[in-house]
Ligand binder design. Structure first.
Ligand code: ADP
Length: 396
């Protein structure tokens, strides 16, 4: 007879799947929230033990993520290694794969995406429309690019740019040296893009399985200020044929990168009616945060599902409209906001505070999502809550 007081033991061959995330920011935190719902364990590799992901992961390996030794330590403890930013060197990820570890997205995808110039080359070679661009290996090549692309143009760092850090718009020929210095052209590899006169910036999230099946989220409009995303509106208010084009391009772009997992594809809808791909993120993305409340299965859950080889969840919107507003730091200060008590009185506003230790001007500290019968209704609801929440308020 079996002893009913004995500690239950899991049957052989069953264990909690464990994923390893490179990076511990808000994206890793929200991946951890989705993982825990499915009983998936999370180990995070980051050099900051007070990171947002500390709230939702089982363990942190406190090491640099650009060292092979620490990546090996992570990989040896998990079923699959994934990432929340594209800054880890693809060659290190390839080494993990060669040692038999599962990395998703693969090192090849990261290699094609992490250098924005290579990314643009791959997209163009796949026949996909992108803004005109040229390599800028020297200061002299910037002068040639001005003649070739015209002004304004956007000068960009090839690697490690985010939230506009790593971009500068050159409007006047006499500012060429200033803009070159601003991006430290002597130290960083740069490229230049023709300035796109767009009416809308669009984004699509796609979660793609290792077998090539995709969950495609709605086309959204993203509104940036100073190159930082402020508002996401789902679905974008654009003609249906433009939506169809955007979805087709986004899908082809992820296929060109052999992507597995959730990918964000940013696009421009130009005044002349073109849809051009701006860039891909080989990971969950700010333009998909609204999916947590507004879609049947979020970009985060679908990322977990795809990297573990599980079935895709539905990306369908569960309301006619949804709006996400980023909560940016006002000043240097505490990472917990003022005004949250008032904001929580607004029913239907879903508030996320990332749990960063410190606020800084324009730092992404949290976000609010609201749904509604129309974009206007959802926007008003989200905005009413967002304006009450203040990070680093200098008046305190
Ligand atoms: P990051 O990776 O830092 O977000 P992006 O290349 O996406 O950098 O650029 C950030 C923002 O800068 C874009 O969302 C867009 O508003 C603007 N931008 C970038 N490239 C161009 C371009 N070629 N023409 C016009 N605006 C651009």
């Amino acid at each position: 007879m079996s002893d009913i007081n004995a500690t239950p033991r899991a049957p052989r061959n069953i264990h909690s799947p464990t994923i390893g995330i490179i990076g511990g920011g808000q994206l890793a935190k929200m991946l951890g929230q989705a993982a825990s719902q499915l009983g998936v364990q999370v180990i995070v590799l980051t050099d900051n033990p007070q990171c947002p992901a500390a709230a939702t992961c089982h363990r942190i390996i406190t090491e640099s993520s650009n060292s092979l030794a620490s990546l090996r330590e992570l990989a040896s403890q998990v079923d699959v290694v994934t990432l929340e930013n594209e800054f880890v060197d693809a060659a290190l990820l390839r080494q993990l794969e060669e040692e038999g570890h599962c990395v998703r997205p693969t090192s090849r995808s990261i290699e094609l995406v992490q250098d924005k110039l290579i990314q643009k080359d791959v997209l163009r070679a796949a026949g996909l429309p992108v803004p005109a661009f040229v390599d800028i290996p020297t200061r002299e090549s910037l002068d040639i690019a001005i003649a070739q692309l015209g002004l304004p143009l956007v000068l960009k760092k090839r690697r490690n740019g985010y939230d506009g850090k790593g971009n500068a718009t050159l409007r006047k020929i006499e500012d060429a040296q200033k803009v070159w210095d601003e991006l430290s052209g002597n130290q960083h590899a740069l490229f230049a893009e023709g300035f796109v006169d767009f009416t809308h910036e669009l984004a699509v999230m796609i979660s793609r399985t290792p077998e090539g099946a995709s969950a495609i989220y709605p086309v959204v409009e993203t509104i940036q200020k100073d190159h930082i995303c402020h508002v996401v509106k789902a679905p974008a208010q654009i003609p249906i044929d433009v939506k169809t084009r955007a979805v087709t391009l986004a899908k082809q772009a992820v296929e060109a990168m052999q992507g597995v997992g959730s990918f964000g594809i940013e696009m421009f809808y130009s005044r002349s009616g073109e849809v051009l791909i701006n860039e891909l993120a080989p990971r969950v993305h700010n333009s998909g945060h609204y999916t947590i409340e507004a879609c049947e299965c979020s970009q985060f859950e679908n990322h977990i599902r795809t990297i573990l080889g599980w079935p895709l969840g539905s990306p369908t919107l569960n309301a006619p409209a949804a709006v996400m507003i980023n909560l940016l730091g006002m000043n240097n200060g505490h990472g917990y906001p003022m005004g949250i008590g008032q904001a929580l009185q607004i029913d239907g506003a879903h508030i996320h505070v990332y749990g960063k230790s410190l606020s800084a001007p324009s730092r992404k500290m949290g976000h609010v999502t609201a749904m509604g019968a129309s974009l206007d209704i959802a926007f008003e609801l989200a905005q009413n809550a967002a304006k009450l929440i203040r990070f680093g308020d200098s008046k305190i």
